[in-house]
Design a protein around this ligand. Structure first.
Ligand code: MN
Length: 203
């Protein structure tokens, strides 16, 4: 298989009470696995695509044969988005952002509190399934939302962090209360990993 499901870097219950064990099991083992399986299915017919990284596929969707382009966009996006998502969370995470990303957040948004408010409000409004992302564009941090599994990588932007607002990410615990999930999520953010991604975004 060209692409593989990465193991979760902590136990399914490790993000309790912010994200419940049942949600993590379904989200990682079923939803993310399905994106990987479907991406592998799409590239079976075009073995050269399987030699690229999923990020390379998303960065140049126009070069993907038309009959599999939408499948690669949706499932390659799903694979890359979720791989990031597991890594930018950790048990006993959260707190104020540290390092360069903390400084940049203060510069571009005024304070962490202002940034969180703007990120949560913007992402809460994403209609239907999608993601809220933090990207670095023209020397400034910017909050963007994307529908479905679309990735900022397809716009030439590297996602520094992102939160999944598909209902599968929160419905078991938070039901229809997406804003409550968004507000709670910051308690599990892994700022060390976010700093690594910020360094990559600046390159
Ligand atoms: Mn998801």
């Amino acid at each position: 298989m060209a692409f593989e499901l990465p193991p979760l870097p902590y136990d399914y219950a490790a993000l309790e009470p912010t994200i419940d064990e049942a949600t993590m099991k379904l989200h990682h083992d079923k939803h993310h696995q399905t994106y990987v399986t479907n991406l592998n299915g799409a590239v079976e017919k075009y073995p050269d695509l399987g030699k690229k990284t999923p990020e390379e596929l998303l960065a140049d969707l126009a070069s993907i044969p038309e009959d599999v382009r939408a499948v690669v966009r949706n499932n390659g996006g799903g694979h890359v988005n979720h791989t990031m998502f597991w890594q930018i969370m950790k048990p006993k995470g959260g707190g104020d952002p540290i390092g360069d990303i903390g400084t940049q957040i203060d510069t571009d948004f005024g304070s962490f509190a202002d940034f969180k408010k703007k990120f949560n409000e913007t992402t809460a409004k994403q209609f239907g399934s999608g993601w809220g992302f933090l990207v670095f564009k023209g020397g400034k941090l910017e909050i963007v939302t994307k529908p479905n599994q679309d990735s900022p990588i397809s716009d030439g932007l590297f996602p520094i962090l992102g939160n999944d607002v598909w209902e599968h990410a929160y419905y078991l615990k938070y039901n229809n209360r997406r804003p409550d999930y968004l507000a709670a999520w910051w308690d599990v953010v892994n700022w060390d990993e976010v700093n690594k991604r910020f360094a990559q975004a600046k390159k």
